[in-house]
Design a protein around this ligand. Structure first.
Ligand code: SAM
Length: 274
């Protein structure tokens, strides 16, 4: 977007009023309007100049504007038809750097080689996140993920072993990606403010450990944390070979899942896959 086109864009509040974008609870809409905050979120992936960005749930387009200001080429998918005309105005100002897809992100095929940036409703965000982290194809189609979650979920994603926040989400996120909690966002930053605090997590894919299948890591973490209060001997009892693998690795089967490091789950999976 040229500086001129940027300068002529009306304030977001005016766009929201003109297009009647009262926040819909059913669609989990809480909008961010503070340009400085939005620029800070758009800076989390690093320089986006000339990079492709896949934005999920742009709403009235505040974050989209920040991504365009950062020099990105944006593909944005939004399911609320009311937002599409507001976003079309933005696409015009973006002079070819913004493509809007009206649709459901749970169904739309994402573009390859993109940084993903999204401020999504909690349920959709978690469903997409788990899907994007899974599968045997690695490195994945995305270059990085920058996602707003409610703070408690963000803390579960980056959690270290040993605490109550550590679980399936942490292992799935960390076994082949680098994760960090990039920014805490106060509930008052949103219009309307949600009940809970938020945070942005950032993930970059790393090399997948050799000899380990994603399906095995998924099976192990589902079993181990599905019954997280039980000893591993019990919780992993239904996964063939898992208790023997624990013993071969010198891991006491009386321990509980949350005491195992991510590397322990990887080592277990490798033994099962060998
Ligand atoms: N990104 C904007 C912002 O930061 O101000 C809007 C954030 S709002 C929390 C979430 C947006 O995601 C809404 O615009 C909502 O319509 C959209 N959304 C919800 N479910 C979606 C889905 N399944 N696919 C695409 N967009 C969705």
């Amino acid at each position: 977007m040229s500086a001129d086109a940027l300068a002529t864009l009306p304030p977001l509040r005016e766009v929201i009023a003109r297009h009647g974008l009262s926040a819909s609870k059913a669609l989990g809409q809480n909008f961010l309007l503070d340009e400085q905050l939005l620029d800070r979120i758009a800076a989390i992936p690093g320089s986006l100049d000339g990079e492709r960005v896949y934005e999920v749930g742009p709403g009235p387009g505040g974050l989209t504007r920040a991504l365009l200001r950062a020099g990105a080429e944006v593909v944005a998918v939004e399911r609320d038809r009311r937002c599409i005309s507001a976003l079309a105005e933005l696409a015009e100002a973006a002079e070819g750097r913004l493509t809007i897809i009206e649709g459901d992100a749970l169904v739309v095929e994402p573009p390859a080689g993109a940084h993903v940036v999204a401020n999504l409703p909690y349920n959709v965000g978690t469903a997409l996140f788990v899907r994007w982290l899974g599968g045997e194809t690695w490195p994945p189609w995305w270059k990085s993920l920058t996602l707003m979650f409610q703070r408690e979920v963000a803390e579960r994603i980056v959690a270290a072993s040993g605490g109550g926040a550590y679980g399936r989400l942490a292992v799935l996120a960390q076994w082949r990606s680098r994760t960090r909690l990039a920014m805490k966002v106060h509930r008052s930053a949103f219009v309307p403010p949600p009940k809970v605090m938020s945070a942005v997590v950032h993930l970059v894919p790393e090399a997948q450990p050799e000899g380990v299948k994603a399906a095995t890591v998924e099976r192990l973490t589902a079993a181990a944390f599905g019954q997280r209060r039980k000893m591993l001997r019990r919780s992993l009892g239904a996964v063939p070979g898992a208790v023997e693998a624990l013993e071969r690795l010198g891991i006491d089967p009386e321990r509980r899942a949350e005491t195992l490091a991510v590397a322990d789950f990887v080592a277990l999976a490798r033994l099962l896959d060998s």
